[in-house]
Each structure stands twice: as C-alpha cells, then as structure tokens.
Design a protein around this ligand. Structure first.
Ligand SMILES: *Cc1c(COP(=O)(O)O)cnc(C)c1O
Length: 356
C-alpha cells in the first residue's frame, strides 16, 4: 500500500505528473529540447518573480548549493546556518577549498538581518549564503529583510537555499536582491527528486567569471554560457524526463494561481501550528515558523517511531526530528499538492493513535 507522505521531501507526486516522466525521449541537442528549457525558464521566472536567467542541473538541490558557493566565491563566503542544511553549505565550501566562515545560531532560532550586517561590516566577505526554509528545524528566515542589508554591500553575492519553500511560499528574487536562488524538484514543487533549479543574476555571473577553479559539472559560468549561446541547451545531457514533468507541473502550479497556492500552504501551516500548540509545542517562534513544514517539540515524550509504525498501518507517514533533534521533535510537512482536508485527516489519525 502506498503511504501518503507527510515528510519534508520527497513528497507525493500526482499521477498525471508522474506519467510525464514517461514521455518518449527526444535528443538533447534538438529544437524541442531548447524549447523545453525555454518554457521551463519562463515559468520558473514567474514563480520566482525575477528577470534573472534560470539554470537547471541534473542533481538534487545540493548540487547547485555546491555550485553556488564554489563558483561565486573570490574572497570568502559567510555561511549562515540555522540547522543542518545551512551547515551543509559550509561543509561544501570547505570540501571545495573555498574560504568560508560559519555563523551558526541555536537550532530553532532564525538568521536575523542584524547578524548579517555585523558580519558584512567586516568587509571580509564577497558571498553570503542563507537558508530560506530550514527543513531540519522548521524555520523560515526573513530573507527579504536580510536582502535589504546585503544590498548595502554591492560586491556581495547573495545566495539563498529555497529548496523546501519554492512553490510553497512567495519568494521575490528581484525585490529581495537574491543573486543565486536555489531549489529542487522533490519538495514544494511536488516532483520526483533528481533536478535542481536556480536563478542567477548578471552580477553573480560576472563574479563567477573571475573565480579560477569552478570545477566542471557544477560550473555556473559554463551552464550560463550554454544557455545564453547554445540556444538553451546544457553542456551535458540533462534529465529530460524531469524536464517534461517540471514543465507540465509548472503549468498546473500557474493554473492554480501563485497566490492561491501560497495561501493554501499558509492555511495548512496555520492549522498544523494551532494543533501542535494545543497538544505539544511548535519549535520556532511563531513569527519565523515555516509555512511548508512544522517542527513539533515532543513535549509528551511519545515514541515517534511507534507513532509512525501505527500511522503506516493506516497509510500515512510523518518524519522524526532531523540530526540532533531526532527524538526531541517530529516534523509534519504540508507542502506540494497536499490539501487542508488531508492534513485534518492525518491529524485526527494521530489524535486517535495517541489518545489526545
Ligand atoms: C532537501 C533540502 C536540500 C537538498 O537536499 P538534497 O539531499 O540535495 O535533496 C537543501 N536544503 C534544504 C533546506 C532542503 O530541505
């Protein structure tokens, strides 16, 4: 039996979208492939409220995170972490020999504009990385406000991880001044894992051109140049199957209406948070709580493993805490195509199992 996924990725994919993955193959150096990339770009630009170039990478989101920090850092990267995925960006920098410093706060608290200002004031950095939606803690950082600070430092490239929020929350790339905005398919976009997507500003491109060793497969300059000069194609063979499905899913997302989609996510988030605060406690402060997943403190000391086993028998699955929060919290995702009635159904099953 298929268990309905309430985990923060991969999420359930609609049957018609899944079917698009089975579209007959085309050559990756054909006009059709160019058109597919162009169509996806135009739709992604709407989703991200940007005029910047869209790039795809056949990798999971981590691929383009690694690409961004390696391709764009000439001087030193300031990596802000509010959980495991923020920290991953620092580990990537170090593994690639990219000079970087990690600015980590206690899990469950956000990155604040003041903190970023304090760090950028030193003049040591030309790249800032921030996680928009930290999936390990359920924090949604105030990226718009952070962007206002970064704008004061024109030499700094602003890289943002929106992997678990894009298509589930409004992200205004141009207004917020994001130079590289990264997401991937298996979270709020509701597609199978395997494709990463980013937007890249002209400024980030120019900075990257000055970086000597950008690697090969994940070189943002090479990807950008191919898109610009080779009629929207890729240096290596992309996952065309994902591209067929993404193009189709973006049509569905735009047909739902971006504001409707964001509102649906907000309504689900509000409902889960209210429920969580009634029976347990939400980890982050309300103001910074994510709209795509809720991280719930295990104040009743329940066995999340046992709860999940019993939920599985009823056809549902949720997530335990991430990393060091493993038994201390549990997470319920409300992203992608999930609806409020489905959330209500899940929560009433949890109440029933736990006798709440
Ligand atoms: C899922 C996720 C990623 C990417 O992880 P992959 O293992 O590469 O899919 C990055 N950042 C955040 C916040 C995520 O939730």
């Amino acid at each position: 039996m298929h268990k309905k996924l309430f985990i923060p990725g991969p999420v359930d994919v609609k049957e018609d979208v899944l079917q698009k993955m089975a579209t007959a193959m085309i050559g990756h150096r054909t006009k059709d492939a160019s058109k597919l990339q162009r169509d996806i770009s135009e739709k992604m630009m709407k989703l991200f409220y940007t005029e910047n170039q869209v790039l795809l990478s056949t990798s999971s989101g981590s691929g383009l995170m690694e690409a961004a920090v390696r391709s764009c850092t000439n001087k030193r990267a300031a990596v802000f972490a509010v959980g495991a995925f923020g920290k991953r960006w620092y580990d990537m920098a170090i593994a690639n020999n990219v000079p970087a410093d990690l600015f980590e706060v206690e899990w469950g608290t956000p990155t604040l504009p003041e903190q970023v200002e304090e760090v950028l004031k030193t003049g040591k950095y030309d790249v800032v990385t921030v996680t928009h939606n930290e999936t390990s803690t359920g924090i949604m950082n105030p990226v718009g406000e952070i962007g206002e600070v970064v704008k004061k430092y024109p030499e700094v490239i602003f890289c943002v991880d929106t992997v678990s929020s894009a298509a589930g929350a409004k992200i205004e790339v141009d207004k917020w001044g994001i130079d590289v905005c990264i997401t991937s398919t298996q979270k709020a976009l509701a597609l199978p894992p395997g494709l990463a997507i980013c937007t890249i500003s002209q400024k980030a491109y120019e900075a990257a051109k000055k970086v000597e060793n950008r690697g090969y497969y994940l070189d943002l300059v090479k990807l950008y140049d191919y898109i610009q000069k080779k009629d929207h194609q890729y240096p290596s063979t992309p996952s065309l199957s994902h591209m067929f499905a993404l193009d189709y899913q973006l049509d569905k997302i735009l047909a739902e209406g971006l504001d409707n989609r964001f509102k649906r996510h907000e309504e689900m988030a509000n409902y889960v948070r209210e429920w969580a605060n009634k029976h347990f406690e939400v980890l982050p402060e309300e103001k910074y709580a994510s709209n795509t997943l809720t991280n719930i403190k295990n104040t009743k000391d329940i066995s999340v493993k046992e709860l999940n086993e019993r939920l599985a028998m009823r056809g549902y699955t949720i997530s335990n805490g991430y990393g060091k929060l493993k038994d201390k919290t549990f997470r319920i995702a409300h992203m992608g195509e999930t609806t409020l009635p489905e959330i209500k159904e899940l929560l009433s099953n949890i109440e029933d199992i736990l006798g709440l």
